[in-house]
Design a protein around this ligand. Structure first.
Ligand SMILES: Nc1ncnc2c1ncn2[C@@H]1O[C@H](COP(=O)(O)OP(=O)(O)OP(=O)(O)O)[C@@H](O)[C@H]1O
Length: 200
């Protein structure tokens, strides 16, 4: 049971590769850190692993098969900018409904207030909105979560609250986690192992 990048290469234009023949694997129940200098391609790899972008060469395999092309993706990505991740016209209740997130305890543990459910994204702070993005990524079909600088814009207390909840859910549901961050201390605290990603 694993999520795997096998010999994955990626570039945005014909000139230069962001990375070539990258290999990495996250097993179910594992927390892996991805760490590397700015611009080395961490976000690009996260997007590829979650099916948001296609590798130029190589494969992404979920239990040995390509990612499913229909339905809710079992690999969920939470990235740094929640305002770009949600439909600005939808109220938050609908955002959660779309992802089949009904677990009131989860919402409470993430510090989501019931009154926020009737608001639109522009009526929430960045940190409040990010809590919804985290909740949405923890829908029933999720098996892997890719957290790309997920709490970078939050204060230390909120960061700790969100990570505590996410790690608890990951443990209970045997999720695989890929944590992408510049913050080596955070990775050291959370991860079973850390994969360095170097520029090509
Ligand atoms: N849409 C795009 N079009 C062209 N080049 C891009 C695009 N997005 C990213 N890049 C380039 O691809 C490279 C890898 O970017 P990426 O965001 O994956 O790196 P990163 O390791 O996540 O960086 P950071 O730690 O600064 O977030 C960078 O050189 C970046 O300039």
């Amino acid at each position: 049971m694993s999520l795997e990048a096998r010999d994955v290469s990626y570039r945005y234009d014909q000139k230069s590769w962001v990375f070539q023949q990258m290999n990495m694997q996250v097993q179910q129940g594992e927390v892996i850190g991805l760490w590397g200098p700015s611009g080395c391609g961490k976000t690009s790899l996260g997007r590829i692993l979650a099916g948001y972008a296609e590798p130029v060469a190589g494969q992404v395999l979920l239990d040995g098969k390509p990612l499913p092309r229909t339905g809710v993706c079992p690999v969920q990505l939470v990235f740094q900018h929640p305002e770009k991740a949600v439909n600005p016209r939808w109220r938050m209740r609908r955002v959660l409904q779309e992802a089949s997130v009904q677990d009131k305890q989860l919402l409470e543990a993430l510090g989501i207030q019931q009154t926020w459910l009737d608001r639109r994204p522009s009526e929430l702070s960045g940190g409040e909105l990010q809590r919804f993005c985290v909740a949405r990524a923890l829908g029933a079909a999720t098996r892997y979560v890719i957290a790309d600088e997920m709490t970078t814009m939050l204060d230390a207390i909120t960061q700790a609250q969100i990570w505590h909840t996410v790690m608890e859910v990951a443990r209970q549901r045997d999720l695989g986690m890929l944590v992408i961050s510049h913050d080596r201390d955070l990775l050291d605290r959370l991860c079973d192992r850390i994969t360095p990603m170097l520029t090509t």
